[in-house]
Write a protein that binds this ligand. Sequence first.
Ligand code: NDP
Length: 333
Amino acid sequence: MNWALFGASTIASQYMIDAIRGQGGRIGWVVSGDAVHAAAYRAKHEIGHWSTAILEALEDPGIEAVYISSTNDKHHAQAMAAIGAGKHVLCEKPLALDPSQAREMIAAAQEAGVTLAVNHHLRSAGSHRAIRDLIAKGAVGRVLSVRVFHAVELPVHLRGWRLDDPKAGGGVIPDLTVHNADTVRAALGEDPVSVVAEMAATGLGKGVEDSAMSVWTMPSGAMVFSHESFTHPHAESGLEVHGTDGSILARGIMAQEPVGEVTLVNAERRTPVEYDKGGLYAAVIRDFEGAVAQGRAPHASGEDGLKSLLIARAVLAAAQSGTRQMIEYGDKK
Ligand code: NDP
């Protein structure tokens, strides 16, 4: 596939360019608002062309897909333009700032007959897939609760708009709560009905929250605890699933690399769980290209991006208002 990159970003530089090329893909364009940055990025990554105008890249008939990793406020307009030009879109999370924007993107992609996916890479990780399989085959019995630990230290080179620019989509809730939401939805196969939450600025956030904790209720009755932060240098990420017959204890798996340990614990023993250690972002690209070729839904679709956004927005609203928020998805799930 021949790709255009919208956003000369860190995530594309660190992971997605390699992931695309690793699947045999080509990168024809990079588009950035800053000409000097775009030209340097093109040269460093040996990309075909650079531009400051997305339309220039979209006019290239050779471009089949667009990967959007600009700041969150730009996702909607860039995706709508790409979809309007008949290109398939892999968009970074959060899909948009506002659920109405996300719904517009989903409807436009359906209308245009193009694939719209969101880069919720964690559900593609071997560790997370192994956990999902264990839950599905009843290894822990009935799930009673899930705890998600995603309190990390934001790397110094990423300490920009995430920490001080709410208009660009900054804050830990748009950044990490959306990932936790997608992780829990993918693991349990159900969507939270309500949330309560608290948030705080604990050292890095200026005008946005850098830490949040929330508790969600699932339709099955399972309780979910989600903790995310940018300010925790010594914490370990993790996921715990506790059921009537066993628990899954996973450490270090809320990550960009295929790392961490997964253990199944029950009355008899503690069993280390083996899982596929393939690259997470390579799996996302492979799946996306497969979805386009086969006309099927991608692992994380536009609807999944909308739902994780709705959950994150409910967490923010709950923390702001101090009241429990019910979540309406607009579908039967
Ligand atoms: P960056 O801050 O690295 O890049 C975001 C934008 O900032 C770029 O698109 C670019 O704007 C501008 N920018 C960055 N560096 C420069 C520079 N040196 N000079 C001028 N402009 C610059 O963001 P991230 O890569 O951290 O995040 C981008 C998106 O990806 C976000 O939506 C984020 O949520 C998502 N993300 C997803 C991850 C995942 O695992 N799924 C992980 C990390 C991020 P312009 O658009 O004009 O080029």
